[in-house]
Write a protein that binds this ligand. Structure first.
Ligand SMILES: Cc1cc2nc3c(=O)[nH]c(=O)nc-3n(C[C@H](O)[C@H](O)[C@H](O)COP(=O)(O)OP(=O)(O)OC[C@H]3O[C@@H](n4cnc5c(N)ncnc54)[C@H](O)[C@@H]3O)c2cc1C
Length: 407
């Protein structure tokens, strides 16, 4: 009998959420992350309605959004046209949208997972998976940072929540079901004293941008363009100047940035085309970017990570009766994930190609909005979850591997 029911690799939005829900369902969960506790990561922070709904249902929204302004409207600036304002209708669990800093969001989720009995260890790189004689994944190999020694942790299920360059997905050779070709290249930073009316998105010829109010009175400002254009600019300009130059191509934005206050350092993110991977196999599953990566212009990676964390956790609990039940439940997880994701994949691929004109961009965004409505409706029809805790947390009970019925 092992110590863990599930090992989750990655402790940010996908991993911490999955672990939180599994912990609340009474499973014995270990989370490993090579990053420092509370560290930052690449993100422009915008959560969409389905993401806020999930945080609200899990009872963590208040902690996540403390100190970050509510977003009540979205402004779309198309080329030189008058901006279009769309109000964010409050709905049960979603009083507004929010764009929390990742240092806050990931930490709140990770802390909530610990309160649910999950063991979270930081500074531990996972270097590969363990397998039994049949090839089934049975755990992970880790490398001690200080000792440099390899150690092993075992569990009947390993969840790769380890992001875009997932070591778990590589180790299990997770098949790629779809791969895109387009990718935007992003420059972003934080500006003080730059008021925004809500989420503000700008679209022009070969360039997009956004203003996203976040924690500490700061506005996250990003520009996106093609790889060729980004490389051309960065060959002659530092990142902050390149961002400013791109912003000046969007009517009104350059002046607004010039009137703002102090800037943080500007980050450069070279794009990676989207992909959808097989989400499960014998002894393993993927969640978040590890299984489904899409261009940041979608501003939807975190929202999907929250959705899929719950779909996966439900599947794991539904599969507690044995490995056949688990396989069937994980197949359901993948089927629902793909049904909700496929329509978005196609429109995000077109957005990321940055080949729109002023008519086409409106059509693409209308299409993107309709995929988001379907996602919210799907989540709203799911019953409240997880079920009440069914057994004592890890520190108090003996290990029960997945596959054995829960008492
Ligand atoms: C520039 C940019 C802007 C974005 N803006 C938005 C936005 O506005 N809205 C939105 O919804 N999404 C946005 N996204 C996407 C969003 O950031 C991701 O979808 C989200 O972070 C995915 O979360 P995750 O938990 O799956 O992976 P990650 O956040 O990548 O976390 C993975 C974790 O796994 C750990 N890890 C990796 N490998 C190992 C290993 N071998 N051993 C141990 N630990 C490991 C890492 O340390 C990390 O903590 C943006 C992305 C980028 C790049």
């Amino acid at each position: 009998m092992g110590t863990w029911d599930v090992i989750v690799v990655g402790s940010r939005i996908a991993g911490a959420s999955t672990a939180l829900l599994l912990g609340r369902a009474g499973l014995r969960v270990l989370v490993l992350d090579r990053a420092r506790r509370g560290s930052d990561t690449l993100s422009t922070h915008a959560l969409m309605r389905a993401g806020v709904l999930q945080l609200s249902r899990w009872g963590v929204l208040g902690d996540v959004v403390r100190g970050t302004p509510p977003i009540h409207r979205t402004l779309f600036h198309y080329y030189d046209e008058v901006p279009v304002t769309v109000s964010i209708r409050p709905s049960p669990g979603v009083p507004a949208l929010y764009a929390p800093r990742r240092t806050v969001l990931d930490s709140v989720l990770s802390d909530a997972a610990e309160r649910a009995g999950v063991t979270v260890r930081h500074g531990i790189p996972v270097t590969g998976v363990l397998r039994d004689a049949t090839g089934r994944v049975t755990g992970v190999r880790t490398r001690g940072r200080r000792t440099g020694r390899d150690t092993a942790e075992r569990a009947p299920l390993v969840v790769g929540a380890d992001g875009l360059r997932s070591v778990v997905a590589d180790a299990v050779a997770a098949p790629v079901l779809w791969r895109g070709e387009a990718a935007t290249n992003v420059l972003y930073g934080y500006v003080a004293d730059l008021p925004a009316a809500g989420y503000e998105w700008y679209y022009g010829a070969g360039v997009g941008a956004g203003l996203i109010p976040t924690h500490d009175g700061l506005t996250c400002v990003f520009t996106g363009t093609t790889r060729r254009e980004l490389d051309r600019l960065l060959a002659v300009l530092p990142p902050a100047a390149a961002l400013t130059l791109l912003a000046r191509r969007l009517p009104g934005l350059g002046d607004r940035l010039a009137a703002g206050g102090e800037w943080s350092a500007v980050r450069v993110v070279r794009g990676v085309p989207g992909f959808l991977r097989q989400a499960h196999g014998p002894g393993w599953a993927l969640v978040g970017d590890a299984g489904f990566w899409k261009d940041p212009l979608s501003t939807h990676g975190m929202t999907d990570a929250l959705r899929d964390a719950e779909l996966l956790a439900r599947a794991v609990v539904a599969g507690l009766d044995g490995s056949a039940a688990l396989t069937a439940a994980l197949a359901d997880y993948q089927q629902i994930r793909d049904r909700l994701s496929r329509p978005m994949i196609e429109v995000v691929e077109l957005l990321a190609s940055m080949t729109w004109d002023r008519t086409r961009i409106r059509q693409l965004l209308r299409h993107l909005a309709s995929t988001m409505v379907e996602e919210v409706e799907a989540l709203e029809t799911m019953a409240a979850w997880p079920p009440p805790v069914r057994r004592a947390p890890a520190s108090e009970a003996g290990a029960i591997p997945l596959g054995a019925p829960v008492a």
